[in-house]
Design a protein around this ligand. Sequence first.
Ligand SMILES: N[C@@H](CCC(=O)N[C@@H](CS)C(=O)NCC(=O)O)C(=O)O
Length: 164
Amino acid sequence: MLTFYCMPWSRSSGVFWLLEEIGSPYEIELIDIRAPAGVPESYRSIQPNKKVPAIDHDGTIVTERAAITIYLADAFPEAGLAPPIGDSRRAAYLTRLVYCDSVLDPVIAARAQAGATRVATASRSACSKTWWPIWKECFPPSPMPWETALPQPTRNSPQASTSR
Ligand SMILES: N[C@@H](CCC(=O)N[C@@H](CS)C(=O)NCC(=O)O)C(=O)O
């Protein structure tokens, strides 16, 4: 049993995509991170910081996109989405995957939240000519096709415009 805790138009999108590629059944548990009253306290038992995405796979909870991606690709090897452990190609796979979340994502999120100019220099340096084409290829604009049937963000919510 695989449960996906998520919200469309958020950092959940990449995991949505991954789950669709894997093709194994999963249940969606929508966590309204933009609810005026906030995310319910009960969700802390899944994600201590009440953030999405998160998964529960047969009672094993995984949070953080990079960790979820690595976990799922390894848990469903038949999908052929990651080089297996012991394969030397795993080095490049893990490097790119972790780089995206640990270096690119914070810079891009900071840029979105602070306005384009304050962190433009850091952003330019991180999104070098080498990495930007990979980023664009890996993260096309939301919503993904399978997200369109789900609730969409409130357009005037500041969080909705900065968290993608
Ligand atoms: N490092 C985390 C970041 C997750 C994250 O910041 N998620 C945002 C949505 S894009 C969230 O849940 N925000 C709700 C909140 O902070 O209350 C990951 O990559 O999984």
